[in-house]
Design a protein around this ligand. Structure first.
Ligand code: UD1
Length: 434
């Protein structure tokens, strides 16, 4: 298992480029199931989760080619085995995204239940409830969910709770269903709009994606398409926090500023200068005088839960008190313990963490526990006194493309120490948190 060695204390300066959005690439790759034709997706990030999705699709009989130029060609001419096996689902919860498209295309889906995971109980009951309303027969056996339907039927779906992958999964089911589907209380994340844009290019009839009411008119079949994935707003937000915490001057290039509203506003409120300098670039300047700032995670366009850990690391360097409320997931403070080990003053009470700053962080050996928790430890290590050792960086590799190289290019002292893979060849258990 690889480790990162990070020496803190340098302001990071220069231009850092954002990759394509993992959380958009995953549903867009699953959309390939909906057609026999070839799908070409560009701006695919080279991260572990994408490779997991490739293996998942390939295990069902799809031809999937991931190229060095960040694109993928996927052809699901036949789907010999419409099953998402436990070995894959347990390493990536987003595997449940294939449920809707498989039933829609093959009339049958078997998907392993994700099970317990690192950032709180994350059921897929809303995906199942929606498919049932669309006429699928659902059974549960041996840890698998099986969904069957001759052809799904359009339905009126009202989500009890806003769910991102649930909205995506049911959107992919609805595009091939017979008749109209009305989805209310749908998620409004940019990744949903990106998926809808791809599906529309494939011939789907969708109105309202990006709002909480989505209307889909089912069609008989979809065809191939070419699509470019949107930039990763969470990677971009992480780099904004890097610029602010290190007192640096960074241009975060290749991003979509419109998707970063809440994050940019909070980093600015904390005392950094944040300005959009081009249609696809934001400049952040940390002047070294950060102030305590509260956040409360919400669905888009609110402050994203996927930026909560990084923001917490940032405000350990702010004067005063910051109150951080996590509303989306019940157990997403696993980074707190490690930040405290590095010298942060953080108290957790239920879903609220109170950070008192500013603390001088000192380098330590710390353990990455999930994807975004790991990013917060990188941030902390970048300002800590001395060299930190970050263990279990496979978590960060799930969602950040070559983060050590990107950060090194703007002046970070950070290197990867490669260690031998598990001799039994087992992939690391990673909690499948996203
Ligand atoms: C997606 C993102 C993840 C992000 C999260 C919230 C992907 C691949 N992952 O995860 O990075 O942190 O959105 O922005 O896009 N819930 C239910 N029943 C369900 C589904 C969800 O109760 O059937 C609950 C969850 O437990 C959670 C809340 O709804 O409390 C939101 O979860 P959801 O939006 O579904 O998260 P994901 O789509 O898994």
């Amino acid at each position: 298992m690889d480790k990162f060695l990070v020496t803190g204390g340098r302001p990071l300066e220069g231009t850092i480029r954002v990759s394509g959005a993992k959380n958009s690439a995953l549903p867009c790759m699953a959309a390939a199931i909906l057609t026999k034709d070839e799908l070409i997706l560009e701006n695919i990030p080279q991260v572990k989760d994408i490779d997991t999705e490739r293996r998942l699709l390939a295990s069902m009989g799809a031809e999937v080619e991931l190229t060095q130029d960040h694109s993928t060609r996927i052809r699901c001419a036949t789907l010999s085995d419409p099953v998402a096996k436990y070995e894959i689902v347990k390493t990536m919860r987003a595997s449940s995204l294939v449920l809707g498209p498989l039933v829609a295309r093959a009339g049958l889906a078997r998907v392993a239940m994700p099970g317990g995971c690192a950032i709180g109980g994350r059921p897929i009951d809303l995906h199942i409830k929606g498919l049932e309303k669309m006429g699928a027969k659902i059974t549960q056996e041996h840890g698998y969910i099986e969904a069957r339907a001759e052809r799904l039927k359009g339905a009126h779906l009202v989500f009890d709770k806003i769910t991102v992958t649930g909205t995506e999964d049911l959107l992919m089911a609805a595009v091939l269903a017979e008749g109209e589907t009305l989805m209310e209380n749908a998620a409004r994340e940019p990744e949903i709009m990106d998926l809808a844009a791809l599906l529309t290019k494939m011939g789907a009839k969708i109105a309202g994606a990006g709002s909480s009411t989505i209307r889909v008119h089912g069609v008989e079949r979809l065809h191939g398409a070419r699509h470019r994935i949107i930039p990763d707003r969470i990677e971009a937000g992480t780099f904004l926090a890097v610029g602010a915490i290190t007192g640096g001057d960074l241009i975060v290039a290749g991003c979509e500023p419109a998707h970063l509203g809440a994050v940019a506003a909070k980093i600015q409120e904390a005392g950094a200068r944040v300005e959009t300098v081009a249609a696809d670039a934001i400049r952040v300047r940390g002047n070294g005088a950060l102030r305590g700032t509260d956040i409360s995670t919400e669905e888009y366009p609110g402050f994203p839960t996927d930026m909560q850990a990084q923001f917490m690391a940032l405000v350990t360097q702010a004067e005063g008190v910051s109150v951080i409320k996590e509303n989306i997931f019940e157990n997403r403070f696993m980074h707190v313990q490690e930040l405290v080990r590095m010298g942060a003053n953080i108290k957790v009470d239920g879903r609220t963490a109170t950070v008192r700053g500013r603390s001088q962080l000192s380098a330590a050996s710390v353990m990455c526990s999930d994807l975004r928790a790991s990013a917060s430890l990188v941030l902390a290590a970048l300002v800590a006194d001395g060299q930190s050792v970050l263990d279990r960086v496979y978590h960060i590799d799930r969602g950040y493309e070559r983060i050590e190289e990107k950060l090194r290019s703007v002046g970070a002292k950070m290197e990867r120490v490669r260690t031998a893979p598990d001799p039994a060849g087992n992939p690391p258990e990673n909690g499948g948190e996203e």
